[in-house]
Design a protein around this ligand. Structure first.
Ligand code: BTN
Length: 323
């Protein structure tokens, strides 16, 4: 009902809507309306109240509330079910729990803060409150488990394009799926999967985009190698708009991948790549490689030309750009 009151306020914005009209339209009492207005104010909405005129919405808070994400979201199923948390350990872990409870395809988990955010290769991911956009998408694709790693590249392409379109910031991709601006990381992606031998049960794809942090607010250990959109664009950005743009672009690329396969994604990935055709160092779990990032194979593996002339195929790893 709180959502219905908010919808009405938005419909009338910037005009006032009378308490009586809200009661009639939603079939609730004056006291109930007042209570919902109070709760909305506690959620951060600015609502003017004037005798005889009624209520008018004057400010929407910078929060990733489900109703804000859904308001104007132009997608078929990505983000059409939102699980919102003020604080959570990890949106990926929460997403896995929600899968067990029957969450539907394309559902997203968003959080204003993660206290135990997870990065790739067992690292931690820092998500300070109200500053970034961190979310996980739950997907049930009918593809072979061996193709799941392609999803990280589908995600990187979609998110890079969405952020570019929305902000003009020239985001590039470092193999396999880090988003960089000027050589500094701005977004990380973590794909987790549950599968049987020949069938994926579900994928949870989580992304953390640094949005409104100042450099000084980034953890000290990454301050030299990370950045945020605020730093790059020189202004605060609306996190809901960014998330909506990412979900819309992501859905399109996901469907393209399912319908047309990986080559079309890979071609766009190569266009956006900042780690191809340059010298790189690649850290894998038990070895470090140095060489020339020659190409990416049909399945997303990195093809590294070694100093001795040999070609090494790498499926997982962490790339440092040697400049
Ligand atoms: C990386 O670059 O190492 C991957 C970082 C992935 C971070 C995101 S934030 C949302 C989701 N929940 C997590 O715990 N991790 C991912």
């Amino acid at each position: 009902m709180k959502r219905a009151v908010l919808r009405l306020l938005k419909e009338f914005q910037p005009e006032f809507v009378s308490g009586e009209d809200i009661c009639k339209k939603l079939d609730v009492t004056r006291t109930a309306v007042w209570k919902h207005i109070q709760t909305l104010r506690e959620d951060g909405y600015g609502i003017d109240a004037r005798p005889r005129a009624g209520y008018s919405l004057v400010r929407v808070p910078d929060r990733l509330y489900a109703e804000e994400i859904l308001d104007g979201l132009n997608s078929k199923f990505f983000g059409q079910q939102v699980y919102y948390y003020d604080s959570v350990s990890s949106t990926n872990d929460m997403a896995k729990e929600l899968v067990r409870q029957g969450a539907r395809d394309g559902s997203i988990v968003v959080a204003e803060e993660q206290t135990g955010g997870k990065g790739r290769l067992g690292r931690k991911w820092h998500s300070p409150k109200y500053k970034d956009v961190c979310f996980s998408v739950i997907l049930y694709p009918s593809v072979n488990p061996s193709e799941a790693s392609q999803m990280t590249m589908v995600t990187a392409v979609a998110l890079a394009l969405a952020v570019r379109k929305k902000t003009g910031v020239p985001v590039g991709i470092k193999w396999p799926n880090d988003l960089l601006v000027g050589g500094r990381k701005i977004c990380g992606i973590l794909t987790e999967m549950s599968a049987e031998l020949d069938k994926i049960d579900y994928l949870v794809v989580g992304a953390g985009l640094n949005v409104n942090q100042e450099l000084i607010e980034l953890p000290e250990e990454v301050r030299d190698i990370a950045t945020s959109l605020k730093v790059e664009a020189g202004a605060d950005l609306a996190r809901v708009d960014l998330l909506q743009a990412m979900l819309e672009e992501y859905e399109q690329w996901y469907q393209l991948w399912l319908e047309q396969g990986f080559p079309v994604v890979l071609a766009k990935w190569k266009e956006l790549s900042v780690s191809l055709h340059c010298p790189v160092r690649v850290h894998t779990l038990n070895k470090s490689w140095e060489g020339w990032a020659e190409d990416v194979d049909y399945d997303g593996a990195l093809l590294l030309r070694l100093p001795d002339g040999g070609l090494q195929r790498l499926i997982v790893g962490d790339v440092s750009l040697r400049v």
